[in-house]
Write a protein that binds this ligand. Structure first.
Ligand SMILES: CC(C)(COP(=O)(O)OP(=O)(O)OC[C@H]1O[C@@H](n2cnc3c(N)ncnc32)[C@H](O)[C@@H]1OP(=O)(O)O)[C@@H](O)C(=O)NCCC(=O)NCCS
Length: 189
C-alpha cells in the first residue's frame, strides 16, 4: 500500500479535485448553509463562521497515512468553478479500507459531476493507494445518493434500522461498498 499519500490535484474527464481555498468560502457557505443540501447529512445547516472554520481545517487535511486521516477536496467543473466537495476518509490501514462521500451545490447537480469525481477517487483508492474496500454510509431516504452508489457499482451491504438519533428522529443508515476486484472488473468490462 502506497501510504503515506500526500494530496495532489486529481482530474477526471471534466472535473478536477483540488484542495479547498480561501476564495471557496462563499460557494462553500452557500452550499453548507442550505437546509436542503444538509437534509441527509450528519450536520445541520452551518453558519458562515462555522464554514470558515471547517474550510481552514479541511484545506489543511492533506495526508493519508493513519486511520482517521481524510481529504475533503473541492470538485471543480470544466470552467474551474466550485461544484461541491468530495470526502475520502482512511478508516483502516490494516484492512485497507476507506469511506467515500459527496456533496454537490444544487446548481451543479444532474450532470454526473459527483459520479465522475467518485470514479477519480475510486481509481486512486484501488490503484495508487492499493486499498481493498471503499464504502459509503447514507440515509436510505437519500435517493440521489443511493442512485450514485448504484451508478458506481457499489453493493448494498447493510441497512441499520433506527440506530442513530439525529435531527430529532431515529434515523436508519444504509451501507454501500465496493471491493478492489469489483472495481477492476467494472473497469476491464
Ligand atoms: C448526492 C448528490 C451528490 C447526487 O448528485 P447528482 O447530481 O444526482 O449526481 P451526479 O453528479 O453523479 O449526477 C447524476 C445525474 O446526472 C445525470 N447525468 C448527466 N450527465 C451525466 C454523466 N455524464 N454521467 C453521469 N450522470 C450524468 C444522471 O442521469 C443523473 O441524473 P438523474 O438523477 O436525473 O438520473 C446530490 O444529490 C447532493 O449533493 N445531495 C445533498 C448532499 C448529500 O446528501 N450528500 C450525500 C450524503 S450521503
Amino acid at each position: 500500500m502506497a501510504l503515506p499519500w500526500d494530496f495532489r490535484p486529481l482530474h477526471g474527464p471534466r472535473v478536477a479535485l483540488e484542495l479547498l481555498r480561501d476564495d471557496d468560502l462563499e460557494a462553500l457557505y452557500a452550499m453548507q448553509s442550505d437546509p436542503e443540501v444538509c437534509r441527509y447529512l450528519l450536520y445541520e445547516a452551518r453558519s458562515r463562521e462555522k464554514v470558515g472554520e471547517v474550510l481552514a481545517v479541511d484545506a489543511g487535511a492533506t495526508r493519508l497515512e493513519n486511520p482517521g486521516d481524510y481529504v475533503q477536496p473541492a470538485i471543480r467543473d470544466e470552467d474551474g468553478h466550485f461544484a461541491g466537495t468530495m470526502y475520502f476518509h482512511l478508516t483502516s490501514v490494516d484492512d485497507r479500507t476507506a469511506e467515500i462521500g459527496w456533496i454537490l451545490a444544487p446548481s451543479s447537480r444532474g450532470r454526473g459531476y459527483a459520479t465522475e469525481a467518485a470514479r477519480v477517487l475510486l481509481d486512486l483508492a484501488f490503484g495508487e493507494l492499493g486499498l481493498h474496500r471503499v464504502y459509503a454510509e447514507l440515509d436510505p431516504r437519500n435517493a440521489a445518493s443511493v442512485a450514485l452508489c448504484e451508478r458506481l457499482g457499489m453493493r448494498h451491504e447493510g441497512h441499520f434500522i433506527e440506530h442513530m438519533w439525529l435531527k430529532g428522529e431515529w434515523t436508519d443508515t444504509g451501507i454501500f461498498a465496493i471491493l478492489e476486484r469489483e472495481w477492476a472488473a467494472r473497469r476491464d468490462g
